[in-house]
Design a protein around this ligand. Structure first.
Ligand SMILES: NC(=O)c1ccc[n+]([C@@H]2O[C@H](COP(=O)([O-])OP(=O)(O)OC[C@H]3O[C@@H](n4cnc5c(N)ncnc54)[C@H](O)[C@@H]3O)[C@@H](O)[C@H]2O)c1
Length: 316
């Protein structure tokens, strides 16, 4: 049978993710849901009508859902569910400022996902990301490897873009990596970065690398500051769609994602941004990247920072 993916939340992030997933033309059905009456149905109709132009056959279905879980039957049988429901930041806000309001939304969504799509792999994007991923696992009761969060592919893509611009090279000749949290304790990993196969430190001066690391860490806020009424969604949706594709194709692609870490790097019992092999069951395994001493210390620091906050989500 063909694959089915659901995107919960038909805002900027959700609608662009649904469009990308439909245009891959590898799913039989893309479902998009929202609580705003008619919005997912309207967007789904619009996307469906682009099939004849873009040349894909995926069916796109929109479904309004209610506070009591009304409408969630539409997600039944989903292989993958991407949760984008929740408020985005406004200028001056940190992702953590969204914790209380988005926890309520993500808990309600997760309970319905567990009820109506009990074997799905769940990809969380709602912020604050690391905490919402932990909450989704708690609220669904799904095995930890079946719940993962999107942050690292996006943060890495931002770092890559900045390095390519600074080095004057095509993005495809640049490899970068960011681990850690999707927030203040993001850990860009310059020791794993190369330009045309050469170590980044041989291509750019250290102070330029430090500047790009800072810009990467603030990459989301830079865009929020410019947009003023919402947050980024083109690069974020590309990242979530790639993860959903790796699950649907059971590809085993190794990508930076927010995954449950249990022993790797000497870190245990926390959702954290790490490299992981992604397939049909979600995270197949965490892949430990070789890190410089300072980078490992920063990753351990990130783990402790998010562990404290993730412990609090159980009560939200
Ligand atoms: N992880 C990342 O890298 C990353 C990047 C960008 C944005 N985000 C986050 O993604 C989330 C969505 O961002 P956006 O730009 O699409 O915001 P948006 O405001 O455009 O869309 C959010 C949508 O969620 C819907 N919604 C609210 N409660 C719901 C519920 N209970 N069930 C279903 N839908 C519900 C809203 O009606 C709205 O349409 C935000 O929390 C944002 O911070 C994460």
């Amino acid at each position: 049978m063909g694959k089915k993916v659901t995107v919960v939340g038909a805002g900027f992030y959700g609608s662009t993710t649904a469009q990308r997933l439909a245009e891959y033309d590898i799913f039989e059905t893309v479902v998009i849901t929202d609580i705003v009456e008619g919005k997912p149905e309207g967007l789904a109709l619009d996307m469906s009508q682009s099939r004849a132009i873009e040349g894909f056959e995926t069916r796109v279905v929109g479904q309004t859902t209610g506070p009591g879980g009304e409408g969630y039957e539409a997600i039944a049988g989903s292989d993958v569910v991407v949760i984008t429901a929740g408020l985005p930041r406004k200028p001056g806000m940190s992702r953590m400022d969204l914790l209380g309001v988005n926890a309520k939304i993500v808990r309600q969504v997760s309970e319905n996902v567990a009820k109506y799509a009990p074997s799905a792999v769940v990809i969380v994007v709602s912020n604050p990301l690391d905490e919402m991923t932990a909450l989704t696992q708690l609220a669904t009761g799904f095995p930890k490897q079946r719940v993962l969060g999107q942050a690292g592919i996006l943060d890495t893509a931002r770092f890559t873009t900045f390095v390519a611009e600074a080095a004057g090279t095509p993005v495809r000749s640049v490899k970068t990596l960011t681990l850690g949290s999707h927030g203040d304790t993001m850990v860009p990993v310059p020791s794993q970065c190369t330009v045309d196969g050469k170590p980044l430190v041989d291509v750019l001066p250290q102070e330029k690398i430090d500047e790009l690391v800072t810009r990467t860490r603030n990459g989301g806020a830079e865009i929020v500051g410019l947009l003023k009424t919402g947050s980024a969604y083109y690069a974020p949706s590309a990242a979530a769609a790639r993860m959903a594709r790796a699950v649907a194709e059971d590809s085993g692609a190794v990508m930076p994602v927010c995954a449950w870490v249990d022993g790797e790097y000497g870190i245990s019992g926390v959702y954290l941004g790490v490299l992981a092999e992604v397939g049909a069951e979600g995270v197949r395994r965490v892949v430990a990247a070789p890190l410089a001493d300072g980078e490992l210390a920063a990753l351990k620091g990130a783990a402790e920072a998010v562990r404290a906050k993730q412990a609090d989500v159980a009560g939200l």
